[in-house]
Ligand binder design. Structure first.
Ligand SMILES: [Zn+2]
Length: 130
């Protein structure tokens, strides 16, 4: 297993119900010529946590930060659900425990790319109950 130092949060940038699944996002990334979906996890609007790329492999989700990070994507653009935020907290707690991380190791994509609004929600607010 590679060394994990951080978790980076994303959104799918779509609120269309037909995009609320891991297969569609994988297809988008394959169409870009990538070998698989760029994220390690996808959380759909019903709060289900779906596997993306294997954790052992570098993701493709944040330029310059893929080597030591885990990428999590919430399906949505403006409309996220309480079920998603609940699952995000559960998942992050699990990963923090497994990889010896703290809340301060969790960033939004826009932390690294100021030109992006992704993940389109406030990370500190989303994690405040952890
Ligand atoms: Zn992003």
């Amino acid at each position: 297993m590679r060394k994990i130092n951080q978790i980076i949060l994303h959104c799918s940038d779509s609120d269309y119900p037909q995009h609320d699944n891991v297969e569609t996002i994988r297809q988008w990334h394959l169409e870009r010529g990538w070998k698989d979906i760029g994220y390690h996890y996808v959380i759909t609007k019903d709060g289900r946590i779906r596997w993306g790329r294997a954790l052992e492999l570098y993701g493709a989700h944040c330029i310059g930060q893929n080597k030591d990070s885990i990428g999590i994507c919430l399906c949505g653009r403006k409309q996220f659900t309480q079920a998603q935020f609940k699952s995000l907290q559960v998942l992050i707690l699990r990963l923090m425990d497994r990889y010896n991380l703290t809340k301060e190791d969790v960033y939004g994509h826009n932390h690294y790319n100021k030109l992006k609004s992704c993940p389109n929600f406030n990370v500190a607010e989303a994690l405040k109950d952890i």
